[in-house]
Ligand binder design. Sequence first.
Ligand SMILES: C[S@@+](CC[C@H](N)C(=O)[O-])C[C@H]1O[C@@H](n2cnc3c(N)ncnc32)[C@H](O)[C@@H]1O
Length: 352
Amino acid sequence: MALLDRIKALIQATGPLSIPQYMELCLHDPREGYYASRPALGEKGDFITAPLVSQMFGEIIGAWLVETWRRMGSPDAFRLVELGPGDGTLMDDIQRTVRQTAGFIAAQEIWLVETSPPLADLQGKRLGDRPRWVRSVAEIPDGRPMLIVSNELLDCLPARQFVRTARGWSERGVGQNATGDLTFGLMVSLSADTFPAAAEGTVIEVSAAQEDLARTLAQRIFIDGGAALLIDYGRSEPGFGDTLQAISEHRKVSPLADPGQADLTVHADFPAVVHAAAAEGLAHLPILTQGAFLLKMGVLERAESLAAAHPEKFDALERQLNRLISPGEMGDLFKVVCLARPDLTPPGFEAP
Ligand SMILES: C[S@@+](CC[C@H](N)C(=O)[O-])C[C@H]1O[C@@H](n2cnc3c(N)ncnc32)[C@H](O)[C@@H]1O
């Protein structure tokens, strides 16, 4: 049975699905989920990410990793972990950059956390047999510091949505209308006392999955040391808003139109991520925009040196830089968060 029909049968049997249940099926159903069957990254696919925009992105993260490792006292064994590595480009660019630091290369053990079999295949083709693959952070052995990077994973982790109605807050879910099509509707209700001033129709999102990941990373970092750099589009202040979106071939489509055929995301809730990590004893570091982070880490200088070495690429490099750091492009919408213990301040996150 096709995924859409199975979703409808499930709704008929058990009632409306919460947004996390619906996203989980659309993204990870083993037969037809987007990441199991057709993840298509890049210009010719469904969406493009920063590592695919420019090699400079991965090179800057490589430089960040080396400097963070130095500030940790250059441990002679640590785990370099990437969460949701896509087609492996980011880790490839990181490895080209860290190659210049022999101690880092000798100390690193590479782990990739990936749930998508086709993407794990692509990663293997690009990176060879150097990494080890797991499906969750919990499968990575403890006992060594970890340096963790992740670009655009948090937005794949679902959020529940609550809508303000005349009678209070109701959870939004996916059900069926009179003609049998999927439709958004309201499920369980909450007390009206939460955010009493919110206007009718206001939506608030709560992502247990994003907070759980932050908590898991924080617990490991608190005990074993290290740091995590999490990059994604999302909010830097707590707030309201419906951010559920589906993207196919670079266009926004209805999240209900064709389950499994589009990438389905919500914005990363960075204040909640930072709060969850701080509750486990980690530092309260600032949430930076991607533009500010890349500029602090020397992306302009990197672009200049690439342009000096390859003058014929000047225009392309300028376009790439603009895409990564301009406020109207990825510069402001994307945020960068660092999780670390209070005894380590990674580069870019020093107090002003
Ligand atoms: C939007 S892509 C980003 C890929 C890459 N980081 C980049 O920037 O190009 C999301 C990645 O996260 C993976 N992913 C999605 N859900 C996941 C989960 N629950 N656990 C681990 N990886 C997941 C996808 O398979 C994919 O590799």
